[in-house]
Design a protein around this ligand. Structure first.
Ligand code: UDP
Length: 233
């Protein structure tokens, strides 16, 4: 298979049909823009399964995604998209960089859902960027940004409902989108690597913060999320 790109946690290959790619999930965990790096055997499989379940659920609820077919336990066939070079971050509860930047204790419920954009650039450390700056740089149009925000809020509603059924609070998450034939599709993955997920009763962290903050038993959290999702869906 022709490798198109190797990222921190996934490899992208040319697909079998024109206009497709194969994404393979790796076991590597990274944080702090790749400064902290470790191999966690089994992570790729867990993230692939969790992400596929969520993408399926979102598609059934009217969200357009890049996913065509699950190929095996760590690989999916997807539509080849022109990736929009911004990440959309959605926050329901203060945590992580938001808490640090604005001096708000982690766990503070936000009065409204927050959407933010970061420029996708490892070199620059994914800096936060606003609508005006994005359109000025020609990274996306205002119409695209409006749609990205609307779809991201819909994803937030759908995922919050799903996770609540699992006894999990959806604190925040990151989404990526791509253009295919003039349409915006949800791309990349949705997993404990890209979401903050806290147990609804105990606030125990079940996500990548276990790795980022050296809390231990990283994959036990991911396994717990998968088991609960499989029961709820
Ligand atoms: N996130 C991500 N990739 C990134 C940055 C953030 O998946 O490059 C996710 C992260 O897991 C969290 C949410 O986006 O669920 C918000 O992250 P935040 O801005 O608080 O950054 P962090 O504290 O992770 O540096």
């Amino acid at each position: 298979m022709d490798k198109l790109y190797e990222g921190k946690s996934k490899i992208v290959y040319e697909g079998t049909e024109p206009g497709t790619c194969i994404i393979k999930y790796k076991d590597t965990a990274t944080a702090g823009n790749g400064v902290k790096k470790e191999d966690l055997p089994g992570k790729g499989l867990l993230n692939a399964k969790i992400s596929n379940l969520i993408f399926d659920y979102l598609a059934k609820n009217g969200v357009k995604t890049h996913l065509i077919e699950v190929l095996d336990e760590t690989s999916v066939l997807v539509k080849k998209a022109d990736i929009v070079m911004v990440e959309v971050i959605v926050r329901n509860v203060a945590a992580g960089s938001f808490s640090k930047k604005y001096g708000v204790p982690e766990g503070t419920k936000l009065l409204n859902t927050v959407t933010e954009f970061s420029l996708k650039s490892d070199e620059l450390g994914d800096p936060m960027i606003n609508d005006c700056q994005i359109t000025a740089l020609g990274v996306a149009t205002q119409a695209e940004l409006d749609e990205l925000k609307a779809v991201s809020l819909k994803v937030d509603q759908l995922m919050s409902e799903l996770f609540l059924k699992c006894g999990i609070k959806l604190i925040d998450f990151k989404l990526e989108f791509g253009r295919v034939d003039g349409e915006l599709l949800l791309c990349d993955e949705i997993s404990p690597d890209s979401c903050r997920l806290w147990d609804a009763e105990t606030d125990e962290k079940l996500d990548k913060d276990r790795f980022r903050r050296d809390l231990g038993n990283v994959l036990d959290g991911y396994r717990d999320v998968l088991a609960r999702l499989e029961q709820a869906i």
